[in-house]
Structures are given as C-alpha cells and as structure tokens.
Design a protein around this ligand. Structure first.
Ligand code: AMP
Ligand code: ZN
Length: 116
C-alpha cells in the first residue's frame, strides 16, 4: 500500500469506485473517464508502480490479471473481443502510478496505431 496513491485509496475503500470484481489479490472497477462503451481497469491490491517495476515475484499475479481481464470482459458483454492497454511509466503515457490493465470494448474500436 502507498499512502498517497489514488488506486491504493480505491483499494482501501477511501475513494469510491464502480466495482466490477474483487478478490484477495485484484480489484476491477470502471474507468471514471471511459473511452468506449465498456472501459474498466484491473489493479493489483498490492502497490506495484508499473510493469517497469514488476519482476519474477509478480509473475503469478500478472498471469492471473490477464486471465481475469478476459473473463471479466466477456462478463461485461465483450464476447466479440476487447482491447487491453497497460501504460507503463511516463514514456508510456501512464498517469496513475499504480499498475493497471485497461479493458476497453464495445462500439467502434479503431486500429491502435494509424499507419499511412
Ligand atoms: P493511465 O493513463 O493508464 O495511468 O490511466 C489512468 C486511468 O485512471 C485514466 O483512464 C483515468 O480516467 C482513470 N481514473 C482516474 N481517476 C479515477 C477514479 N477515481 N476512478 C476511476 N478511474 C479513474
Ligand atoms: Zn497504489
């Protein structure tokens, strides 16, 4: 846990969220500023800053989050597919420095990178 971390505060229940799923290791909740009809995030309850800081000790947790992302996406109606995004570090556009996996879908999901 990290005192001033926004997502740690959500994990602790100090800031409300629209919960999608919770277990001992992972919390999933809807993004406050969705970019698509379905947009939620999975966060580890343990404070991990980003994938840049992740190591072998997080392997099982990360694997669990990937499988949960797929299960929850389907439960949220995204049987046809979804996008996962993990922004890592300032160079990756990360804004909240507690590791999270975005799950995005529904509506029109454009190609991620526009090629000329
Ligand atoms: P990132 O840019 O990958 O760090 O994503 C951070 C995400 O957190 C953004 O998509 C924000 O909309 C989202 N966000 C920020 N504050 C909250 C909040 N209180 N509840 C839910 N989502 C939030
Ligand atoms: Zn945190």
């Amino acid at each position: 846990m990290s005192g001033n971390c926004l997502f740690c505060k959500i994990v602790r229940g100090e800031i409300p969220c629209r919960k999608v799923y919770e277990d001992d290791d992972v919390l999933a909740f809807h993004d406050i500023n969705p970019v698509a009809p379905v947009h939620f995030m999975l966060v580890p309850k343990q404070h991990v800053v980003s994938l840049l800081e992740a190591d072998e000790s997080h392997a099982a947790l990360l694997g669990k989050m990937m499988l949960l992302a797929s299960r929850l996406a389907k439960e949220q109606g995204l049987e046809n597919g979804f996008r996962t995004v993990i922004n890592s570090g300032k160079g990756g556009g990360q804004e909240v420095f507690h590791l999270h996996v975005h799950v995005i879908g529904g509506g029109n999901i454009p190609p991620m990178v526009k090629r000329s």
